[in-house]
Design a protein around this ligand. Structure first.
Ligand code: SF4
Length: 745
């Protein structure tokens, strides 16, 4: 298709008008978009064409993990606009600010365009450009050296969830290592293990039809945009009640009733809610009798957990707790106890999530409109058969399996692995670290410990698109293509209606970046030249992404060309089906097949079957530090994005006005925040939206080190302050267990 362009639209590759349209706020927004415009003008070639080739391609966003459907408008080979794909059930036509700013991930001047090998001290920022051949040989030399000296168990392998992560993890297994530290261990592992204990898995929520929504800390409106947020707002507009329990008043809390709970007492509130439901006989007797086990034990367990007891713990008035329980019972089963996602809060997080599943069961808020449900439809994909199976894996170096029997062993436990290396309890020396699409120096608490661990490594290799803080400390950076420049495996999640979508290249690759599968193939070839592996790794990866996708699409409604043309395929649907769990036709994936108030799995593995509450510690004169995200960022992944950074250039420490007054701190001034682990300088935001005993810092800022020039020097890094702590059952990192002092100047 060709269309006539005006001079104004084509003076630069990206139109000024288009930029202004990205931002709703006419005043400040206009100034910010001009900055962003100037930034892009540096990297997009100047041209004044007469006719323009305009293409619109369907793909899948990767600016966070929600994977919204997108339509990319490409003009003469330049990506000019990203819109939502209205056909995609996962996003329903919307994209958030991050999704739209994906353009800047491609054209970011900081982006790594060529393989870079370190020439100075680690972290000094001295690099030389290398060819891919040299880069592959460099990685293979180092990995083989470590394997031959210490064995494959000496390799640490870390990565973040994405459609391509499977290839990176697989390479590790062909080398014989299973020392993975994956995203879940920094994010949602405790939620998964807790819900697994009580409900046999993490349910979906039919939020749109909920009459009462209880969110513990979940800040949906500033996390993933879609589709839960559309449903949440719809439910509230239809008269549903939203209650948000959080020490901080988030934008989500502002849409409903905010209950500023004392940090780390959420379990006490849940126990008291169950106490009221049982004491006043407000629970779903039929569901409890037929579909649960352990009710009598639960009744005895919560007998002492009166609302008055909980008031002392939580600082939520006893009458309010009674009111909550009664209102939830009146709305049941259309009650949404929202499971949450980033649940890396406290060391007792798993048992708290277990209790959320128990509360859901007591209300019978399962398998009904407006409630929790399991299932949804799923498009049936074929699968690629790997030519060669991985070798027998060496045992994990940190004894994780024995220590955390109920954790997901494939995900590993970051905190435990790091401790094992630093404390000398690792079964063998750990000398090589390969990192894909992850930024542990920011994402993992107590970052000074991560730096210490890095010093013990003979080799650190990073695959990324940006010179992240972690990449800056590596020995080699291998540049990956962005999600807008590559073909990824087909994605078909559980959804109603079922669908399958494809992430495909919409623009040409910048520089010499490569998709991760190609990078792995290059490394594999060099590995095989240097070492006789039980499995020839080159043969294992002897396929193209196109062949992988073709195998997935075998027998489905569309072939590769068809799916790439459309970007998405959506199945016809009759909507969600309810009633199968209530009738017993479907069973919970617990040992008993029922919702378990007393977890048999926990008992079998040496943990108490019911959640046992302990009052939190306090440190007089200090505040508990909590963290979270901002709507415009996905942790540290896109903090350096020029457009997003222009909207929110630096983070702040939120501090209650009474505390600020006591310390003589004014809104907007720079303060020191100190913990036992470090000290940072950061701007103060004095606000009544936070409790007196708590401070909040938005995660992902403070890029002092690294080649991320937009982010460098802006804001304060919360991870420097956080003490090393992890959930006791899942080993999910616990980011809200540190007390800090906020000091003037
Ligand atoms: S919520 Fe935003 S960043 Fe996440 S996938 Fe959707 S558009 Fe992309």
């Amino acid at each position: 298709m060709k269309e006539r362009a005006t001079h104004n639209e084509t003076t630069h590759g990206l139109s000024r008008r288009g930029f202004l349209g990205l931002l709703g706020n006419a005043g400040a927004g206009a100034a910010m978009s001009l900055r962003a415009f100037d930034a892009v003008a540096d990297v997009v070639p100047h041209r004044v064409p007469t006719y323009r080739k305009v293409e619109t391609l369907g793909s899948v966003c990767a600016m966070c993990v929600n994977r919204c459907g997108i339509r990319a408008r490409v003009v003469d080979g330049v990506l000019e606009k990203i819109d939502g794909d209205p056909r995609n059930p996962n996003s329903r036509g919307g994209t958030c600010a991050k999704g739209q700013a994906g353009i800047m991930q491609v054209y970011d001047p900081d982006r790594i365009r060529y393989p870079m090998i370190r020439v100075g001290e680690r972290g000094a920022g001295k690099w030389r450009r290398a060819s891919w051949d040299e880069a592959y040989a460099y990685v293979a030399d180092n990995l083989v050296k470590i394997i031959e000296k210490h064995g494959p168990e000496s390799l640490f392998w870390s990565s973040t969830t994405d459609l391509t992560e499977t290839f990176f993890v697989k390479l590790g297994t062909y080398l014989g290592t299973q020392n993975n530290a994956r995203h879940a261990t920094l994010c949602l592992a405790s939620r998964n293990v807790g819900y697994f204990a009580s409900m046999g898995g993490v349910p979906e929520i039919d939020l749109a039809n909920s009459k009462y929504i209880l969110m513990y800390g979940a800040n949906r409106l500033e996390s993933f945009e879609l589709p839960y947020n559309i449903d949440l707002v719809d439910a509230v507009q239809k008269g549903g009640k939203l209650v948000v329990v959080d020490p901080r008043m988030t934008y989500t809390a502002a849409k409903g009733e905010w209950l500023p709970i004392r940090p780390r007492t959420d379990l006490a509130l849940n126990l008291a809610l169950m106490h009221v439901l049982i004491n006043e006989e407000l629970y779903d007797k039929e569901f409890v009798a037929n579909r649960t086990v352990g009710f009598e034990a639960l009744k005895a367990h919560v007998a002492q957990n009166t609302p008055e007891w909980a008031e002392k713990e939580t600082e939520i008035p006893a009458d309010k707790i009674r009111q909550m329980a009664r209102e939830m019972a009146a709305a049941a089963p259309a009650v949404a106890i929202f499971p949450g996602r980033r649940t890396s809060w406290y060391t007792n997080d798993t048992i708290f999530r277990q209790s959320m599943g128990m509360l859901t069961g007591l209300l019978g808020a399962v398998d009904a409109p407006g409630a929790a449900y399991f299932g949804g439809d799923k498009a049936k994909l074929g699968s690629y058969s790997w030519a060669i199976e991985p070798v027998e894996l060496a045992p994990k170096f940190d004894g994780f399996v024995e220590k955390f029997p109920l954790a997901n062993h494939e995900d590993g436990g970051y905190v435990h692995m790091r401790d094992a290396i630093l404390n000398g309890t690792a079964k063998n020396p750990v000398k090589g670290w390969m990192i894909y699409h992850q930024n542990p120096l920011v994402g993992v608490l107590d970052s000074n410990k991560t730096l210490e661990m890095m010093k013990q490594m003979d080799f650190i290799g990073v695959i990324d698109i940006q010179p992240s803080q972690t990449a800056w400390m590596a020995d080699i950076i291998l540049p990956e293509t962005t999600y807008l420049e590559r073909l990824d495996p087909v994605w078909a999640p559980a959804s109603t209606p079922a669908f399958m979508a494809i992430r495909q290249p919409v623009v040409a690759t910048q520089g010499e970046a490569q998709p991760v599968l190609e990078i792995i193939k290059g490394i594999a070839k060099e590995l095989d030249k240097r070492h006789e592996f039980e499995t020839p790794i080159t043969e294992a990866f002897d396929f193209t992404m196109e062949e992988y996708v073709d195998a997935q699409l075998k027998g489905t409604a569309l072939d590769r060309a068809g799916l790439m043309k459309e970007g998405i395929w959506v199945a016809p649907t009759n909507g969600l089906k309810f009633g199968q769990f209530r009738s017993g036709e479907m069973t919970f994936k617990t040992p008993s097949g029922k919702l378990e108030f007393v977890s048999e799995r926990f008992i079998r593995n040496g943990y108490p079957g019911l959640p046992v509450y302990a009052s939190p510690r306090e440190e007089p004169g200090k505040q508990r530090l909590i963290t979270g995200r901002h709507a415009w960022f996905t942790h540290s992944f896109n903090q350096n994005n020029k457009w997003l950074n222009a909207l929110y250039p630096e983070n702040e420490v939120w501090i209650n006005p009474a505390v600020a007054k006591e310390k003589g701190i004014n809104d907007g001034e720079y303060v020191k925040v100190k913990s036992s682990r470090g000290e940072i300088r950061i701007k103060a935001k004095v606000t009544p939206r936070i409790r007196k005993d708590t401070v909040f810092i938005c995660h992902g800022f403070g890029g002092e080190k690294g080649g991320q020039t937009t982010l460098a020097g802006r804001g304060g890094p919360d991870q420097v302050l956080m003490e090393s702590a992890a959930d006791e059952i899942s080993n999910n990192q616990a980011m809200h267990e540190t007390f800090v002092e906020v000091l003037k100047g």
